[in-house]
Ligand binder design. Structure first.
Ligand SMILES: [Zn+2]
Length: 185
């Protein structure tokens, strides 16, 4: 399962195959329902127009953080401040849960709201950093795509969100460019 915060950050979709123009999926009820269902969260759909601005602002901030970390930047106090601002928005209650034979400690948001969803996204981002995944955060090297992902390869060599899509596309483009350069000689 992909990380909650990464799915949230990728609600800004780019036309990776074409000119890279962005489509904001956050205001789309279909996107909202699918996201909530996937991550077992609840919030009103469609999200109230009054909350969309803050939802987009934090999404853009997460993308900015991802980019900074990808470019080798480190985690800063202001970054943590922005995350804490979201964490403080909604309360959670701890709960012991049994999954098969596994005991897990979970927390349950106490609000059925997008505030709680933003807090979950913020918490999940911190979880990634705390478990040492910060250096695995990537933005797809296809400049028209910019999909956020975690590089799960052993030698940390993953450059594209998907080999089958962007990886292939860029391979074809490089091939054509080489060919063009060859023809010109
Ligand atoms: Zn991509």
């Amino acid at each position: 399962m992909s990380e909650l915060w990464i799915d949230y950050a990728n609600s800004l979709w780019h036309d990776w195959r074409g000119d890279g123009h962005a489509i904001d999926k956050l205001p789309q009820p279909e996107w909202q329902s699918a996201f909530l269902q996937k991550h077992r969260l609840t919030a009103p759909v469609p999200a109230p127009a009054t909350e969309l601005e803050e939802m987009a602002r934090f999404r853009d901030l997460l993308r900015e953080f991802a980019q900074r970390l990808y470019e080798g930047g480190s985690v800063t106090e202001p970054m943590m401040g922005a995350v804490n601002e979201q964490l403080q928005r909604s309360a959670v209650v701890r709960r012991a849960a049994l999954h098969g034979e596994d005991v897990r400690l979970e927390w349950q948001p106490q609000e059925n709201s997008w505030n709680a969803v933003l807090a979950e996204a913020a918490a999940d981002f911190v979880k990634s950093l705390a478990s040492g995944l910060g250096s695995r955060i990537r933005l797809c090297d296809n400049d028209n795509c910019k999909w956020v992902f975690l590089d799960d390869t052993r030698n940390r060599s993953k450059r594209y969100c998907e080999d089958k899509t962007c990886g292939n596309l860029m391979k074809v483009r490089r091939f054509r460019e080489r060919k063009k350069a060859g023809d010109a000689e």
